[in-house]
Design a binder for this molecule. Structure first.
Ligand SMILES: [Zn+2]
Ligand SMILES: [Zn+2]
Length: 214
């Protein structure tokens, strides 16, 4: 058996269909203190492997406005099956985790379904919902097609959505790429690319200049 050290987590944002993607290494979870994933600037998601090797995850729930704690058996954590964690009150899906390809596939499919269902809707979170829906759908698709890589050689890229932008972060060197999604020009740029490259330990923006190869 190949010992797996990386697990991909997809955390659902607010009441919309987009997921933040985080690649987490098992070693990060073995420290005495819980590993925190920042979430929406205020809350955090807490993950930890306990002494009994069981895995604990505490997730903020936007439906109940509280946290739900889940305990997962270590066999389940390392199995190849994708796990889903739901709000125990509403059944709202809060998180998927497991092998990267499978989790990215779920996140991509959800983003497509959500965009279809929400063509006319504005949930009040994004600066320009229609631009963000188009941009996010495209970025999930590029990520799933392995079209996002970092110059450090890693393709373990995290994806976080904000009101006006999508941030891509290399989980190896923490290089960052920001994709703005505020207006139609931003959308044109992201729709014109099939690959995105992160700068090793650096910062880059996907804008009109970058897309021309400058
Ligand atoms: Zn809940
Ligand atoms: Zn990197």
């Amino acid at each position: 058996m190949i010992y797996k050290t990386n697990i991909t987590f997809a955390f659902r944002g607010h009441a919309w269909g987009f997921y933040d993607i985080n690649n987490i290494n098992l070693f990060q979870l073995r420290s005495p203190r819980p590993f925190k994933v920042p979430w929406r600037g205020r809350k955090a998601i807490f993950l930890k492997i306990k002494r009994d090797k069981n895995f604990m995850i505490k997730l903020p729930c936007s439906k109940c406005n509280t946290y739900h704690t889940f305990r997962i058996d270590h066999h389940e954590l390392l199995s190849s099956k994708t796990k889903v964690l739901e709000c125990p009150v509403t059944g709202f899906k809060l998180c998927f985790f497991g092998e990267r390809d499978k989790v990215l596939c779920i996140a991509k499919n959800h983003s497509e379904e959500f965009c279809l269902a929400s063509r006319e809707k504005d949930n009040g979170f994004f600066v320009n919902p229609q631009v963000m829906y188009g941009a996010a759908k495209k970025v999930y698709s590029i990520l799933y097609d392995s079209g996002i890589e970092c110059e450090c050689g890693s393709n373990l890229i995290d994806l976080h959505l904000y009101t006006d932008r999508i941030e891509l972060i290399c989980s190896h060197c923490r290089g960052v790429n920001i994709i703005y999604a505020e207006n139609k020009n931003d959308l044109k740029v992201i729709e014109s690319v099939t690959k995105i490259s992160l700068k090793e330990k650096g910062f880059r923006c996907l804008d009109a200049l970058y897309s021309k190869g400058s």
